[in-house]
Design a protein around this ligand. Sequence first.
Ligand SMILES: [Zn+2]
Length: 246
Amino acid sequence: MTKASPHQQQQLLRVQHIDTAIRRLQHRRANLPEQQQLDERSALLERVNADHLAATDELVSVERRQKRLEHDIAAVDDRRKAEEARMYSGVIASEREAGALRNELAALKSRKRDLEDELLEAMERHEELTATIETLQTRRQELRDEIAPLARSRDAAATDIDTELADQVAARDELVDALPNAVVAHYDRLRARKNGVALAELQDGTCQGCHLHLTAGELEEGREIGELGLARCVQCGRLLVEPATG
Ligand SMILES: [Zn+2]
């Protein structure tokens, strides 16, 4: 059975402290507030871009509709002028023909009114869309202005953490190199099973892994089921390292 000397136990506790620090750094690295803000702004920008595209597409079709309506109105006007010219040219022989022509002119007038109403509607929509597009363009610029510095501070924060991580990993390597492989392997296996914490300090009879107080009887029981020459906490199953004396 693998045993660790009291000195090795203390060194292993230092490794545990470093591993806890590494885990905390990795968690911070994966959950940078700058990254979260960046993700939020990027999602918003994507929505603004989609809205902008939709408004621009609609504006193009509204402009096409306006042109078509203007063209139709001009055609109705031409037709009306031609009919009026015919009416006053003296070629209309009968009252029946004159009546038909008056009806035709009334129909053209009403058709023109409808087309003009439609044109007015299109012009109003055009105005709305132009305002919307302008607002979206402003919002888009604002978001882009926010994203650039956020990306820079995210990168800076990540770089700081990476530097700290590299320091911790180097310190761990140094400690681990001085320990027997079997001891480290045993510790690593237990750590994987115990959610990253294999070793806990025993302070005034309290396990610092689960913060429960152990009675003398429980400690005795823990020594019997311990590993690496260390007692096991009967509550959480971690190995207990007593503070170094002297
Ligand atoms: Zn415990």
